[in-house]
Design a binder for this molecule. Structure first.
Ligand code: PEP
Length: 255
């Protein structure tokens, strides 16, 4: 990555794991493990752990993110959480468009865009996830599909807002499967995404935008993936629940 123009970010997506009590124990282990990081460190626990996570990470280099957000400001949306609610808690980041939301909860490019806009309006930083399924990769449409997902997700987002946007390239076939994209595949798609950002906002914004790779990144493959020019960090699922592994990935991103 180009550390002169952009920041490496390692974010842990805990998915639906850890009660608040378990989260406290994990955070207690993570704090010393990542304290010397030379990159941004983010943890995204479930909603029910956010209060505890914000409280326990105060004064540390760990930032807290949520895994989803609703796009309406408030009202009759039973079971949903607004961007203002997250901001008020001290949450800094939110993930939008994770493939598990797209796959299991009817998330579409349009709702990803609405969630992204609502989060930005509330002053949150947004990790926007894009990525192709195995079938789409085999059909040879990865570049077009990821470009389309990126463009729709960023609809209405200003060049100035782009400083609060992180894009995570997450091939669906690599998430939670133990099957990682090769570093060449990750680089190729991250580079394409940067070209899309350049087309929309110009080179300076594209060069300043953090583009992560996500999909079975672990302590063993992080060095190689993060060594690529356009891979500026990682969105980490499984390995983010293991402090030593997560810390090893943070160390790889700190080089
Ligand atoms: C994720 O949940 O975004 C992810 C990349 O998961 P895993 O690292 O487990 O593949």
């Amino acid at each position: 990555m180009n550390k002169a123009t952009r920041k490496a970010i390692i974010a842990g997506n805990w998915k639906m794991n850890k009660t608040a009590t378990e989260a406290a124990a994990l955070i207690a282990d993570l704090i010393p493990a990542v304290k010397n990081a030379d990159c941004e460190v983010v943890i995204c626990p479930p909603f029910t752990d956010l209060v505890k996570a914000v409280e326990l990470t105060k004064g540390t280099n760990i930032h807290v993110g949520a895994q989803n957000v609703h796009f309406e400001k408030s009202g009759a949306f039973t079971g949903e959480i607004s961007a203002d609610m997250l901001k008020d808690l001290g949450v800094a980041y939110v993930i939008t468009g994770h493939s598990e939301r797209r796959q299991y909860f009817a998330e579409t490019d349009v709702t990803v865009n609405k969630r992204t806009a609502a989060a930005l309006a509330a002053g949150l930083k947004v990790i926007v996830c894009v990525g192709e399924t195995l079938e789409q990769r085999e059909q040879g449409v990865t570049a077009e599909l990821v470009a389309l997902q990126t463009k729709i997700a960023l609809g209405g987002v200003s060049a100035d807002d782009m400083k609060n946007i992180v894009i995570a390239y997450e091939p669906v076939w690599a998430i939670g499967t133990g099957r990682t994209a090769t570093s060449e595949q990750a680089q190729e798609v991250c580079k394409n995404i940067r070209a899309v950002v350049a087309e929309l906002y110009g080179n300076a914004v594209a060069e300043a935008t953090t583009i992560q790779y996500g999909g079975s990144m672990n302590a063993g493959n992080a060095d190689e993936l993060l060594g690529k020019a356009d891979v500026d960090g990682g969105l980490i699922g499984g390995a983010s629940l293991k402090p030593a592994d997560f810390a090893a990935i943070v160390t790889a991103a700190s080089k």
